[in-house]
Design a protein around this ligand. Structure first.
Ligand code: GLP
Length: 239
């Protein structure tokens, strides 16, 4: 576990960790998360890769989750966030960026295809994970079975309401959280859990020191042989 005194130090160290991982393997497969925690980290990583370029020709980036039922150009879609925060600044081909779909007539089929494609590329080398205040990982909310594989879950009521408002969607529009399952997460060779801010402190303590239980999805990380935790001082304040 690494604890950083400031948000900036945290952002820079997390970006450096991903940079080093990309530099260590030519055909590396790297999973990313969106949200407030990772935005600046992505911007810093983009700058690092522009200032000191690495060979990215065989790298795969992917997103761990996506909002289903929205246009992928919606600013809140993980696809658009990852592109604007990081990937648009890099010399990548389309096929080097894999996402779960924002729209589908069969999420189950598309989730299976996504997981199979990651496997085909050699499996996940590094997966960066944000942490929900309720312990969620991706869109795997409390109660999600540890054995879950990629699936279309139910959005939290808060996010559901925010997306509907942003896009002026009616009650008939159907939204979901398309996400890697917890079993898929555990399958990655290396995990990097990132959390910053006072509002994450209680959950950080819970996932590190509490029981491993499906009621707290991120508690499963205690069982992963290679999970690193990067925290800022505020998120680590209750440890
Ligand atoms: C969201 C996303 C996750 C993200 C998490 C943390 O629900 N689906 O991918 O890791 O919440 O977000 P934040 O960093 O904004 O707290």
């Amino acid at each position: 576990m690494r604890i950083f005194p400031t948000e900036q130090a945290f952002d820079e160290a997390a970006a450096r960790c991903i940079y080093d991982c990309i530099g260590a393997k030519k055909n590396v497969v790297v999973g990313l998360s969106t949200g407030r925690t990772t935005k600046n980290m992505h911007n810093i990583l983009a700058r690092m890769l522009c200032d000191r370029p690495l060979d990215l020709s065989e790298v795969t980036f992917f997103g761990q989750d996506e909002i289903g039922g929205v246009p992928r150009e919606y600013w809140g879609a993980c696809y658009t966030m990852l592109k604007t925060e990081l990937l648009d600044a890099l010399p990548l081909r389309e096929d080097q960026f894999l996402m779960l779909p924002t729209a589908s007539d069969d999420y189950r089929r598309d989730c299976q295809a996504f997981t199979a494609e990651l496997e085909r590329r050699g499996g996940v080398d590094l997966l960066v994970l944000g942490l929900g205040e309720n312990g969620h990982l991706g869109f795997n909310q409390p109660g999600t079975p540890f054995g879950s594989t990629a699936w279309a879950s139910t959005l939290s009521p808060e996010l559901d309401a925010r997306v509907r408002k942003d896009l002026s969607l009616g009650a008939d529009a159907s939204l979901c959280g398309v996400t890697m399952g917890l079993k898929d997460v555990m399958h990655a060779r290396r995990l990097l859990l990132v959390a910053k801010g006072d509002h994450k402190a209680a959950m950080v303590k819970e996932i590190l020191q509490g029981p491993v239980t499906e009621a707290v999805p991120a508690s499963i990380l205690q069982l992963h042989p290679s999970c690193e935790y990067y925290l800022d001082a505020r998120a680590a304040s209750l440890l």
